[in-house]
Design a protein around this ligand. Structure first.
Ligand SMILES: [Ca+2]
Ligand SMILES: [Ca+2]
Length: 297
């Protein structure tokens, strides 16, 4: 079946999600029984997760502004998210098990310049631990026991009644048991920003997170931002949010807002965001983080 015929089956819909005061929307077209025909491996998705249904796949794409398209497999329930499709040769191939979702250009709210560049910075993508065990955060690299955990989990710290963000959602990041545990991700900025703009020092960053801990313990978390050039070398200074210690929190279990703004350094092509949680007291690592946001504008 030709691509033009396949597109006869396109359905358009608007996906909306409201998280407290944060309203997101995107216009998506759906092509049943197809997937991308990619000439090279650069057509690979930046995220793959098993989800309940196609609606949840749409919500995952909506949550990450870099998502330009998604592919949902009806048999395996795998949801694959794609950014700029460099390897996409413009045609679709038939695959009876796949449904392809394509974001309509310019139809995303908020716009790209207002969107968060960090994938799953709010701990709301993928499963969250409701028990006292380790469940690593979705779409982050990790070392140690760092866990994506629900608020109000008796085995963790933060409750929805504790001081913290109004748009905290259902889950946050938690150190769990390791003495020191880290998670990180590296994102290519040139998927949406012209390298010339980066080198003209016309791109600013706004980096923020909600960081905290448990009662009078100094277990803590730091969230850092480093820019990297084409040769994978660090450029400019590392920006670090936190740590937030017990004295900063007045000994109250809570998350506090931390924010730093600055200019993206010349030569930067990617950024690395790292979270480090450090245990100081007791057996559990009570470094807590939610809503890690990087805006580039
Ligand atoms: Ca959250
Ligand atoms: Ca502790």
């Amino acid at each position: 079946m030709s691509a033009s015929k396949l597109f006869l089956f396109v359905i358009f819909l608007m996906v909306k999600q409201t998280i407290s005061q944060d309203i997101r929307a995107v216009d998506i077209s759906i092509v049943n029984g197809t997937q991308f025909h990619c000439a090279t491996t650069t057509c690979l998705p930046f995220s793959k997760n098993v989800v309940l249904d196609i609606f949840n796949c749409q919500i995952n794409c909506l949550a990450v502004f870099q998502c330009q398209a998604a592919r949902f497999n009806q048999v395996t329930q795998e949801c694959a998210l794609f950014g700029v499709l460099y390897g996409f040769n413009g045609t679709m191939v038939s695959d009876i098990n796949s449904i392809t979702l394509i974001v309509s250009t310019g139809m995303r709210t908020p716009s790209e310049s207002e969107s968060n560049w960090i994938v799953n910075g709010d701990a709301e993508i993928g499963p969250c631990n409701t028990m006292n065990n380790v469940l690593h955060p979705t779409d982050w690299n990790y070392s140690g026991a760092v866990t994506q955990v629900t608020y109000n989990n008796p085995a963790a710290n933060q409750k929805t009644t504790d001081p913290g963000p109004s748009n905290r959602g259902r889950c946050h990041f938690y150190g769990q048991t390791s003495a020191v545990t880290t998670m990180w991700q590296v994102i290519d900025m040139t998927t949406a920003i012209n390298p010339a703009q980066l080198d003209n020092q016309t791109i600013e960053f706004d980096f923020s997170a909600w960081i905290g801990g448990y009662m009078d313990q100094d277990d803590n978390a730091r969230v850092s931002l480093t820019f990297v050039n084409q040769a994978n070398q660090t450029v400019g200074n590392t920006t670090t949010l936190g740590p937030v210690l017990a004295a900063d929190r007045a000994g109250i279990t809570s998350l506090l807002y931390r924010q730093i703004t600055g200019q993206v350094p010349v030569g930067a092509r990617s950024f690395k965001v790292s979270v480090t949680m450090t245990r100081v007291n007791g057996t559990t690592n009570d470094g807590d983080v939610d809503n890690i946001v990087l805006r580039l504008y």
